[in-house]
Design a protein around this ligand. Structure first.
Ligand code: ZN
Length: 148
């Protein structure tokens, strides 16, 4: 494992063990859910959006380490962002995973990695294409929820 891969591995494990913003918002304005039958992951995302800004987010996940970590990092990434920024982030994240798994992306796009910050860790799933949906599940919910 390279140093960077080891760092990403630790980051994902940390969020898996101590998920941030876990649970449901009682005063949510937006909610969505999805499941990934291939792995058994289930996720429910609740958001409180006011004045075009994501004020709070919670994600309730039953699933594997990748799904839990990806959902935890999603909530950290979107709280405080405006809806347009959060949508753009979801599109970028989903594009990264889909491009890499499809072989169109070798994971060497450093400007994209800089924009995604710690979320670029999930680029590691390109080595495990069957786990891609675990990483994208909550982000698909986010994209759909913000669009709806
Ligand atoms: Zn999974």
């Amino acid at each position: 494992m390279t140093d960077l891969a080891a760092l990403y591995h630790d980051l994902i494990l940390d969020h898996h063990r101590s998920p941030r913003n876990s649970g449901r918002l009682a005063d949510a304005t937006h909610a969505g859910d999805a499941s990934n039958p291939l792995c058994g992951d289930r996720t429910r995302l609740t958001l409180r959006i006011e004045g075009g800004t994501v004020l709070d987010a919670r994600c309730e996940v039953q699933g594997c380490a990748i799904c839990r970590a990806s959902s935890s990092m999603l909530t950290e990434a979107v709280i405080g962002r405006d809806v347009g920024e959060a949508s753009a982030l979801a599109e970028q994240f989903l594009g990264m995973i889909q491009g890499m798994v499809g072989g169109a992306d070798d994971g060497a796009d450093q400007s994209r990695d800089a924009a995604l910050g710690p979320l670029a860790a999930f680029g590691q799933v390109r080595h495990f294409p069957s786990r891609a949906r675990c990483a994208t599940l909550s982000w698909e919910v986010l994209q759909r929820t913000l669009a709806g």
